[in-house]
Design a protein around this ligand. Structure first.
Ligand code: FES
Length: 111
């Protein structure tokens, strides 16, 4: 789930772009539609962590925040490709490890 809500990707608020079109193209190019669902969402809750991505699997919720460059979103695609091939055994790309955060409980109960 890639947040493109009120804050994430809102250039008018001085935040970094969320490359929605590029992500959708990457999903098509890598034939991910049948195995990893890409959702461009409204606000997920933890706006202060913009730009936010939630990697939601049957075993975990991994929150990423502070994504600010194409390389971050390229790494999200890389994770999705790896997940489509290896499931929960996939690895988090190094560039994203420092962006993992834990939201407060009220955010997770909204999902
Ligand atoms: S707008 Fe992205 S978390 Fe609120």
């Amino acid at each position: 789930m890639v947040c493109s809500g009120c804050c994430c990707g809102n250039l008018d608020k001085g935040h970094d772009d969320v490359p929605v079109d590029e992500l959708m193209e990457a999903w098509n190019k890598n034939n991910l539609q049948g195995s990893v669902e890409l959702t461009i969402s409204g606000c997920l809750g933890p706006c202060s962590m913009r730009n936010v991505v939630l990697l939601k699997t049957d075993q975990s919720l991994i929150w990423l925040g502070g994504l600010s460059s194409d390389s971050h979103y390229d790494a999200v695609v890389e994770w999705a490709v790896d997940f489509s091939q290896r499931g929960n055994g996939c690895e988090m790309p190094d560039i994203l490890n420092s962006h993992i955060f834990t939201p407060n409980k009220s955010v997770e109960t909204r999902l």
